[in-house]
Design a protein around this ligand. Structure first.
Ligand code: NCD
Length: 359
């Protein structure tokens, strides 16, 4: 069975096919209005969400299916101490497919290990957010027409911003893509992203200190919110929250066909005055999220019906000590600690991708 836990669970070809399917859905809406009739999507949201959950809900409704679930862990058996694994097994009896958001990294992977229906990761802690990436990709495809040879600036919270991590993994697979990282020192990309994604794949990237320095060369500017909820120390958030603000003045430095993306919600990192600039694509991006989720739900259910399994990755997986990373699902749930062996023999937790702690 196929799940979507990370954007790289889909090959480049499969992503291209999914984009084509989303475009066909946009062009011929009526044709898909009963495509998932009689099927149920469970939305298990252990963490706040507006766009993602409603976008999944709207997507399933437009496919003629129905939706059940919870949007607040306190109103579910989680508050009684139920594990993610148990909840996933229970839901497998009620629904055909699951979209799960969880504050702990790797929670959807744990669910997928026991579930008999496809699991979609709708955001796990600061780790990954593959359906936001599909949304970003469909927006880039519709606005720019292609993925290769683009220069993409990613600005803001590159440390905790899960949408950033997933987007780099996905876009790094296209030819000639260049990345410009714009973040305060304390919010730079995590170590695994630099070593196992950027360096291991020879990605073309550079870091700059100001938006002004990056603007002139960008085709896409991906702005992000500083992720307040992931900070252990509130003062650190206060100090960093206003690091980079995009305004009309800075937009003057950009190409006339650059596009600005943002996964939303926005706090103050894009001044409202930018909204009326044609290049501001973040509200168009929201609608693309619904169409691409329609394509994804349709495709995962089709693969399930046809008995399609995920291709073998050839990754070496070994046992190890319990992961030390506090945000890892293994910190709250009894799951077998497993590590994948990466470049140079470095072992990374399969759930959160943090490097094994050598005592
Ligand atoms: C993002 C998320 O949840 O990571 N939002 C979203 O899915 N649209 C970005 C964010 O919360 O800043």
């Amino acid at each position: 069975m196929r799940h979507l836990l990370d954007p790289t669970d889909l090959s480049v070809q499969e992503i291209d096919n999914l984009m084509d399917l989303a475009l066909d859905i946009i062009a011929r809406r009526a044709l898909y209005s009963e495509a998932c009739k009689g099927r149920k999507l469970a939305t298990l949201f252990y963490e706040p969400s507006t766009r993602t959950r409603l976008s999944f809900t709207a997507a399933m409704m437009e496919l003629g299916g129905s939706v059940l679930g919870f949007s607040d862990a306190n109103s579910s058996s989680v508050s009684k101490g139920e594990t993610v694994a148990d909840t996933a097994m229970v839901i497998s009896c009620f629904a055909d497919i699951v979209a799960m958001r969880h504050p702990k990294e790797g929670a959807p992977l744990v669910a997928s290990q026991v579930s008999t229906i496809p699991i979609i990761n709708a955001g796990d802690g600061g780790h990954s957010h593959p359906t936001q990436t599909l949304t970003d990709l469909l927006t880039i495809r519709r606005e720019k027409g292609h993925f290769d040879h683009l220069t993409i600036g990613l600005c803001g919270d590159l440390k905790y911003g899960r949408t950033v991590h997933s987007l780099i993994k996905a876009m790094g697979r296209y030819a000639g893509v260049r990345f410009v990282f714009i973040a305060p020192d304390k919010l730079k990309l995590p170590n695994y992203m630099i070593h196992d994604v950027c360096e291991a794949n020879n990605l073309d990237y550079k870091e700059v200190n100001t938006l002004e320095a990056a603007m002139p060369e960008l085709d896409v500017l991906y702005m992000t919110r500083v992720q307040k909820e992931r900070f252990a120390v509130a003062e650190d958030y206060e100090r960093l929250k206003d690091s980079f603000i995009l305004d009309a003045e800075k937009m003057k430095l950009a190409k006339s066909d650059m596009i600005v993306l943002h996964p939303l919600p926005r706090v103050n990192e894009i001044a409202v005055e930018v909204d009326k600039d044609e290049r501001a694509a973040y509200f168009r991006q929201v609608e693309n999220g619904k169409f691409v989720r329609m394509a994804l739900i349709y495709q995962l259910l089709k693969w399930k019906d046809e008995g399609v399994d995920a291709p073998k990755t050839g990754e070496e997986i070994v046992k190890g000590p319990r992961c030390w990373h506090a945000a890892c699902i293994t910190s709250i749930e009894e799951v077998e600690p497993l590590y994948k062996v990466c470049e140079g023999g470095v072992k990374r937790c399969v759930y959160c991708e943090t490097e094994e702690h050598i005592a």
